[in-house]
Ligand binder design. Structure first.
Ligand SMILES: NC(=O)c1ccc[n+]([C@@H]2O[C@H](COP(=O)([O-])OP(=O)(O)OC[C@H]3O[C@@H](n4cnc5c(N)ncnc54)[C@H](OP(=O)(O)O)[C@@H]3O)[C@@H](O)[C@H]2O)c1
Length: 329
């Protein structure tokens, strides 16, 4: 019989609501406790999702011996300190993307997971969606020939507020870390580590990247052209082109969606069966890994997160995107 894992949520903000809804579709998962800096907010969230316990601090949540896994949903710049707190208390950690704001921070989190023999995974939810897994299967099946090009975008118009998570450099603001991470992850997932990176960004008044274009070249000769922005709505589509056809992921390609494969002879839509709201798949992966006694997922490993962050470090370096937290040793 499957064991039950008791989950805690650290920081019940926007995305934590979606995660809590998704967790209801995960067999063997119990949402047990919520930790917020504000005890009333923690209790209200706990009541909404029938979690029996709430705390007015992250530390109290991390110390609760009944909690097995903590999902961290603070803004990017707090991920490292929150994850270290949880790992040091022996908790398994699923931490929102991006895992941190630079690779030095990611390395410290990986070291803490190893030292404490505790599980750590970046909540890169798209990696575990059936459509994304199916795309990789199709792309490597030879159906569209040798794959040589990826085009993907992610853009929306955010309300400008220099103090918000998206625009404040103190909170790791900018398009790259918030949404650029999706097309970048997808390119790495399909082609591996790039051999060349060219990027340009338009920085806004707070100094963070509001729009960014990235071209990646891979050892196979494949190219990825990616763009992301928080200043306008874009198609949010992805196309993988091969020598014999293409695979098209329609609007909001990084979410649950169907896929269209076209060759000169035919066009076929793959209808994918989804369960829950999509955020559940990553939680299933965490539990499967814990069942197997792992401290990292073979599907989105520590090295995968580190390589993704190293790529984002490189882009930040090319584009002159700096955060105050980069200076903290
Ligand atoms: N996977 C996805 O689809 C997805 C979507 C959106 C966001 N995210 C990721 O999730 C993380 C959180 O994003 P969000 O949009 O949910 O953020 P949010 O609602 O603005 O904030 C999340 C929570 O973080 C806590 N927090 C701790 N220190 C804070 C500070 N100094 N300023 C603001 N909040 C602070 C707050 O919780 P308490 O006050 O309760 O402690 C807040 O409610 C980000 O890293 C983001 O990249 C992922």
């Amino acid at each position: 019989m499957r064991r039950t894992y008791r989950w805690g949520i650290l920081a019940p903000g926007n995305i934590a609501h979606k995660f809590a809804s998704g967790l209801q579709f995960v067999p063997g998962a119990e949402l047990y406790a919520i930790g917020s800096r504000d005890g009333i907010k923690a209790r209200t969230f706990a009541e909404q999702y029938q979690a029996p316990v709430s705390y007015d601090s992250y530390e109290a949540l991390a110390k609760d011996p009944e909690v097995d896994i903590i999902y961290i949903a603070t803004p990017h710049t707090f991920h490292t300190e929150n994850a270290l707190l949880c790992l040091e208390h022996g908790k398994a950690v699923l931490c929102e993307k991006p895992l941190a704001i630079n690779s030095r921070q990611v390395e410290s989190m990986i070291s803490a997971a190893r030292k404490n023999n505790s599980f750590l995974m970046e909540a890169l939810w798209s990696r575990f969606l059936p459509n994304i897994i199916k795309v990789k299967e199709l792309a490597t099946s030879g159906k569209i020939g040798a794959i040589n090009h990826l085009e993907a975008d992610f853009g929306f118009k955010a309300d400008y507020n220099p103090k918000s998570r998206l625009f404040d450099p103190a909170l790791g603001g900018g398009a790259l870390l918030d949404i650029g991470i999706y097309p970048l992850f997808f390119a790495l997932y399909l082609f591996g580590k790039p051999i060349e990176v060219e990027s340009e960004a338009k920085l806004g008044p707070t100094g963070v990247d509001e729009s960014c274009k990235v071209k990646l070249k891979f050892s196979s000769g494949a190219i990825a052209n990616l763009r992301f922005t928080v200043t306008e709505f874009t198609p949010v589509e992805a196309r993988i082109k091969g020598s014999k056809g293409e695979i098209m992921l329609p609007n909001r390609w990084y979410q649950p969606a169907n896929i269209v494969t076209s060759t000169t002879d035919e066009s076929e839509e793959s209808i994918i069966d989804f369960v829950g709201n999509g955020y559940n798949y990553q939680a299933v992966e965490v539990q499967n890994c814990l069942d197997e006694g792992r401290i990292e997922s073979p599907k989105w490993s520590h090295t995968d997160s580190l390589q993704l962050m190293q790529l984002m470090d490189k882009i930040r370096n090319q584009c002159g995107i700096e955060y105050p937290a980069d200076l903290i040793k």
